[in-house]
Design a protein. Structure first.
Length: 235
């Protein structure tokens, strides 16, 4: 699972890292951390179309009303990579509309008895890394308004994430820089499937942060909440 991310780099840093330009950088809102359940608009790199702001929580094209769309969003923050090619909500998107969500990190909770301890997970040697996501374009039948939405793909946990996310043993699909083009442009399932794997061990690090993080869905201006309150884990 992956329900809380951090994306606070400046737009030019994101553009340089992805090698793409924002469609409209003025609308980008940075977050120290933000919960998917607040359904924020976040930057998603899309093949030849650059970086577009999309709402977190995929709404399938066949959704019939805004009420149904709002109900759907909370169930589609993540898409399991093992079943995405079969699930009606995701199967068209994973074949035709894959993107990259640039983040500075994400938060996951380690269970220790009755305690849930939030950890910030990030790359050891990079400011930004990219999560594999799928996206859809939904048109509200009542208004004709169009909205782009996305889900983050998840996979089995690697060694570090097995320790951090010990309740579910899952992690987001992380697309290494060398595989970004293949991820965006692959035409066949047989070329996409190998990319839906846990990140190699030794590339991530994690450390506990204040439990106040669990109480706040949207944090734009308190970076101190992501400071370590315990030892850093690297494997």
């Amino acid at each position: 699972m992956c329900y809380t991310v951090s994306i606070f780099s400046q737009t030019h840093v994101i553009e340089t890292d992805l090698g793409q330009l924002f469609e409209d950088a003025s609308e980008f809102v940075p977050y120290v951390h933000v919960s998917g359940f607040s359904h924020p608009k976040l930057p998603v790199g899309v093949a030849e179309d650059g970086i577009r702001l999309m709402r977190w929580g995929l709404v399938p094209r066949w959704t019939k009303s805004m009420q149904q769309a709002d109900e759907m969003r909370g169930r589609t923050l993540n898409a399991r990579s093992e079943t995405a090619f079969e699930k009606p909500s995701f199967r068209d998107a994973i074949r035709k509309r894959r993107g990259l969500l640039p983040v500075n990190g994400f938060i996951e909770w380690r269970h220790d008895g009755k305690l849930k301890i939030p950890h910030l997970v990030r790359m050891r040697d990079a400011e930004i890394f990219t999560l594999g996501c799928i996206w859809e374009e939904w048109v509200d039948p009542a208004t004709g308004g169009c909205e782009e939405t996305f889900s983050i793909l998840t996979t089995e946990a690697n060694m570090l994430m097995s320790h951090v996310h010990n309740s579910a043993l899952r992690m987001p699909v992380i697309i290494p820089r060398t595989e970004r083009a293949a991820w965006m442009l692959a035409d066949e399932r047989e070329h996409v499937q190998p990319l839906l794997r846990p990140l190699d061990d030794g590339l991530l690090e994690a450390f506990p942060v204040t439990r106040e993080v669990s109480k706040i869905r949207v944090n734009r201006d308190e970076p101190q909440m992501l400071e370590p309150v315990g030892e850093t884990i690297t494997e």
